[in-house]
Design a protein around this ligand. Structure first.
Ligand code: G3I
Length: 623
């Protein structure tokens, strides 16, 4: 029995969506800073069940508050401690969350052996520039290598620009006291030499991680943002590996960027191909008797709503994070005595008005469809960042407010082909309309045209016809277009469909030769064979027509890097890898023989094509 591969399960109707669900429908990760006792039991917030529940249900991203900073990760010059970071990574993986790394190079929270809390003495006080350079390189290399594949983005350098004279860098052991020998100190662009070097070391350690410069007071136009923009412009022009800028967004009622100013800053960075992450948002209120007035909360609501709205409107704003899970773990009261009530969840882990502000913004469509690269993911494994020829994608967010209210599943046309217009929706790759399998406001599943094969990148755009009609071309007033985004094209992004469309758990797998669906009650035996269904395998020998049903078995063109596979960590013989006869071109079928020696029960199955692995968490039932 061939498996019917529908779109990812649409969100069930919710009375009060979580921030995680609402943000997923807009194609943007939403996160919070998290602590797991990196400084001891007093801040082991992850051990609190209410904290853990809010973090894992309301957010799909987390960022260690302190666990990946120098004073935790390098307790002595010769030792590293990544245990607190590993614990947060494990928590994130358990709940399908992204992890943002923070931070690799900062002038604060340095270990006592390097800079004693007194500020004098320590290794930095006598080290040469060369010694400091080696120290920083070793630290960045060790930490980024350790978390490679687990941390999708890093704050490589944090808060390097001076507040008083923003065109220069603040004094620090990395810049000029003594520095790493990479800056001239003359205030010119070369002043950023140590920053550049830190980015280069981080990229060398994990070429797949997104690398960010992170700072505060750069969210609106001003001399500090201009200094950062000049640095980023210089870096981009010279090929320094930088992907984004973090806008910390530590705000108060008397200090926050205007929506127009924030949008302008984001657009100036977008012009350089640079992403923006809102990294540390909180809006502190000066409390009286420990509480905030409704007038204060109303202003705070407007600020939260404005910032989220601008982020949703700007295609290059690709992550939104708050700095803490609840009032309990917020840094604000200790840093700003008398202030608090800064976050979307209160002391009792209940949603605040700031929560409602964010949810309202997330549930309000923009004036036009906004396509974000973060919304373009593999429909089986939800991996993002790049696309492969024939990959069946799920594209979240762009259709929010601009798509069919009810789900529309494909119908083969008279020629037995998948449609390139569904429910009024079209998705273009370099102007080529893609076959569609599913469309609903907020999610569309599209098959990447095989024509992108061999290209370095592809330009993706979305169009919606209000009348739901066919697509003779853009019809002013009857159709509306999104912005276009450019994404890298790679040979393969292999992923295996989960039976419940969640991206994890029992895979879409048939036992061979009876084609029965593999399950705990229908396991496969040792030496038996299975057929696995996924997508992202790339091109097939002899080519494949976009949107057509595969007429027969066609091997992947992955030669000479033939697919390999493991089940339960043991090598499994690949007896076939290619198109799935009778299913749309783009569905990947891989046939495997079950290795001997496996423990009965659910066993993880992973397919590797070249350097690309299918997502973790898919299992096959073995008897
Ligand atoms: O409680 C422990 C104590 O037991 C331990 O002995 C001591 C060792 O230093 O640390 C104490 O913990 C404090 C920690 O917060 C836990 O709350 C640290 O003293 C204190 O330095 C630390 O402050 C952190 C602050 O950065 C340092 O500037 C905050 O947690 C953290 O939220 C804050 O985060 C920064 C971002 O990294 C960068 N952007 C600004 C943001 C706010 O400053």
């Amino acid at each position: 029995m061939a498996l019917v591969l529908a779109g990812a399960a649409p969100l069930a109707a919710q009375t009060t969506p979580t921030l995680r669900q609402a943000a997923a429908a807009r194609g943007i990760p939403i996160g919070a800073a998290a602590s797991d006792g990196e400084y001891g039991p007093s801040n082991d917030w992850l051990a609190n069940p209410q904290y853990a529940s809010v973090l894992s249900t309301q957010y799909d991203m987390l960022e260690p508050d302190n666990a990946m900073k120098w004073d935790v990760t390098q307790p002595t010059i010769d030792t590293y401690n990544f245990v607190p970071g590993d614990t947060l990574v494990a928590f994130a993986q358990k709940y399908g969350m992204l992890v943002r790394g923070h931070n690799l190079c900062w002038y604060q929270q340095l270990p006592g052996w390097l800079v004693p809390s007194s500020g004098t003495g320590g290794y930095a006080s006598t080290a040469s520039e060369a010694q400091m350079s080696t120290l920083l390189q070793n630290h960045i290399t060790a930490e980024v290598t350790h978390f490679a594949g687990q941390v999708f983005a890093w704050d490589v350098v944090n808060e390097a620009f001076s507040d008083s004279t923003p065109t220069t860098l603040r004094d620090s052991i990395w810049y000029n006291k003594p520095g790493i020998g990479a800056s001239t100190g003359n205030g010119a662009a070369t002043d950023t030499g140590y920053i550049e070097q830190a980015f280069r070391w981080a990229h060398a350690a994990d070429p797949n991680a997104l690398l960010f410069y992170n700072d505060y007071s750069i969210e609106g136009p001003g001399p500090k943002f201009t200094a950062v923009l000049n640095m980023v412009t210089d870096f981009v022009s010279r090929g320094v590996p930088i992907n984004g800028v973090g806008f910390e967004m530590h705000l108060e009622l008397g200090g926050y960027p205007s929506p127009a100013g924030l949008a302008q800053n984001m657009q100036q960075l977008a012009a350089l191909g640079i992403q923006v992450h809102i990294t540390e948002m909180d809006v502190r209120l000066q409390l009286s008797n420990g509480t905030a007035t409704q007038a204060q909360l109303t202003q705070q609501v407007q600020i939260y709503q404005n910032i989220m709205t601008v982020c949703l409107q700007q295609p290059n704003c690709t992550a939104f994070q708050v700095w803490g899970v609840s009032y309990n773990d917020s840094w604000i009261p200790s840093a700003f005595p008398g202030y608090g009530a800064a976050l979307p969840f209160d002391f009792n882990y209940q949603p605040t008005q700031a929560f409602t502000a964010l949810l309202t913004a997330l549930q309000t469509p923009e004036s036009a469809p906004v396509l974000k690269t973060t919304g373009v993911v593999n429909s089986a494994g939800y991996q993002g960042g790049a696309v492969a020829p024939g990959e069946i994608l799920a594209i979240f967010g762009v259709g929010y407010g601009y798509g069919p209210a009810d789900p529309v599943n494909y119908q083969l046309d008279a020629n037995g082909m998948f449609p390139t217009s569904l429910g009024g929706v079209q998705v273009f790759f370099d102007g080529v309309p893609a076959p569609l399998s599913y469309a609903q406001a907020g999610q569309v599943n599209a098959v990447v045209p095989f024509e992108v094969a061999g290209k370095q990148q592809t330009v993706i755009a979305y169009r919606y016809y209000y009348n739901g009609g066919p697509a003779p071309g853009p019809l002013p007033g009857l159709s509306i277009n999104s912005n276009a985004v450019t994404m890298p094209v790679v040979a393969a992004v292999p992923a295996i469909f989960a039976l419940n469309a969640s991206g994890s758990g029992p895979g879409a797998i048939e036992n061979w030769p009876d084609y029965s669906i593999n399950s705990a009650s229908n396991p496969v035996g040792a030496n038996g064979y299975i057929q696995i269904f996924g997508t992202g395998g790339g091109t097939v020998v002899g080519g494949a027509a976009d949107g057509a049903l595969a007429p027969g078995a066609a091997w992947l063109s992955a030669s000479p890097t033939w697919p390999t596979a493991t089940i339960g960590g043991l090598p499994a013989t690949v007896t076939y890898a290619g198109s799935a006869p009778g299913l749309v071109n783009g569905v990947l079928q891989v046939n495997l023989q079950i290795p001997q020696g496996l423990t009965p029960g659910p066993q993880p199955v992973v397919i590797t094509i070249g350097s690309a692995q299918s997502q973790p968490g898919i299992t096959v039932a073995v008897k």
